[in-house]
Ligand binder design. Sequence first.
Ligand SMILES: Nc1ncnc2c1ncn2[C@@H]1O[C@H](COP(=O)(O)OP(=O)(O)O)[C@@H](O)[C@H]1O
Ligand SMILES: [Mg+2]
Length: 429
Amino acid sequence: MPTQQPPLADRRASYTRHVDRRLPAGPAAQPAPAGSAYSSETGRTYRLDRLIGKGGFGEVYLATPSGNGSSDQVCVKISDRLSGWLREAYFAELLAREPRALRVYDRFVESVDGEMRYCLAMEYAEHGDLGAWLEKVGAQSERFVRRELAAIAGALDALHRGHALHRDLTPFNVFVCAGNELKLGDFGIATHQLSRRGVTADAFNLFHVPNEIAWGRVRRWQKRDDVYQIGLLAAMLLRGDITSPMRSKDVRGLPCSDHLKEVIHCCLGSRGKRYESARELITALRKPPKEPSLGRVPSLEGKRVSFTGFLIRPRADAIAAARKAGALVQSKPGPSTDILVRGRPNAQQIAGRDGGSKLIEVRRLAAEGIKVTVIGERQFWKLAEPPAPAKKKARHPRARLNSKSVSRRDSSSAPKPNSLQATRGTRRS
Ligand SMILES: Nc1ncnc2c1ncn2[C@@H]1O[C@H](COP(=O)(O)OP(=O)(O)O)[C@@H](O)[C@H]1O
Ligand SMILES: [Mg+2]
C-alpha cells in the first residue's frame, strides 16, 4: 500500500483506471437532480429529499416513498450506467436473506428527458458510511470490533459460498445502520468467479488493496483479497482512523487482545498465509488459539528444524549443533518442517507472547493438518549434544588418597552441572 496518503475525498475516488471508466463521461451523462423518481415496478413515487452521497457510479438521495403504505425514508441510488445497476440489483437479491447486507427494496428504470436513469431504492443507513461515522465517533472497543467483524464476515461468507467476490470492501461501502450495526453495500463491482483462481484484478480502490495487487505483482483478485479488506476494516475500527497506513507489522500496536491481533495479522499478512475465505476468518475469530504445548521428539537426525524466540545460547551455536546432529535447519517453518525449537517468548511479537509469526504459522499449518512439533530449548540441547556416557577410569592410588581433601577444598569452584548453560545464558541471541 502506498505510504503517502491522499486526503479523504481523494481516497473515496481512488480507483484504478478501469473503474474510472465508470465515471460519467460528461455533463449529459450526469443524472439531472430531480424532485422525484417513479417506479413502474411497484407503483411507488420516491420524493428525493436531499443528495447524501456521490460515488463513481452515480448519486444517492435520501428519499421518502409514497403510495403502498410505508413512509419510512429510504435511499435512492440513481445511475446512468446499466451494468453497475444490474450487478447491485442481482447481488442484493442473492443476499436478500443476509441481515448484514443492505436491503434493496425496489429496482426500476426511468426515462428523463430522453436519458435512462437506473434506480435502486434501498435501506437507508442512518449513520452513513463507515468512513464518515468513524470520523465522528473515533476508535471502537474490541468487543464491538469482534462482533461486527464476525457479522460482516458472515455476509461476505454468503457471497463467497456463492463463488462471488465483493472486491470493494472499503469504509465507503460498509454502512452503519440503526444500533450501530455494520452492513455491506455497494456491490457495483462484485462479480462471480469461474474458478478458484479468482478474477482479473481490474477494478479496485488503490488504498484498500494488498500491496501485491496495488503494485501489479498479482493480477487476480481472490476471496482472500476480500478477506484482506475486512482485516483492514477491523484495524481501522480499532484505531478509529481510516487514513493512516496500515501494514501487517503495525498489527502489534493495535489496541486489542493477542488473539484479535493474530486474526487481523492473518488477514493482512502475506498472501499465501492469509485466510482463504470469509469462512476461515469466522472460524479463527471464534476459536482462540491454544497455548502452544511442548512436544517430544526422539532425535534430530534427518529432521527439518526451525528456531523461534530468545535462545539461551547464540542462535548460530544452535544452528551449528542442529546441523551436527544431522538436522536440516530452515529459517522459518513451512509445510515441510518437522520441529520448531521454542526459546524464551518475546512479548514484542506481532500478536504478543505466543503470537510470533513462526508460532502463528505452526498453528496455521496444524489447522491444515500439517503437524510441526514444538520443543523447548532444553530438549533441543539434550538431543543436539547428548551427554557423553560416563567412563569408569582406573584411578591412580594417590588420587584416591587425596580425593577427600581435593573435593572439600574445591567444592565452591567446582563446575555445577548447569554452569555451562548459566554462563552462556548471558549471551542471548
Ligand atoms: N443506503 C445508504 N445509506 C446512507 N448513505 C448511503 C447509502 N448508500 C450510499 N450512501 C452514501 O453514498 C455514497 C456512495 O454510495 P455507493 O453505494 O457507495 O455508490 P458508488 O457506487 O457510487 O460508490 C456512500 O459512500 C455513502 O456515503
Ligand atoms: Mg461506493
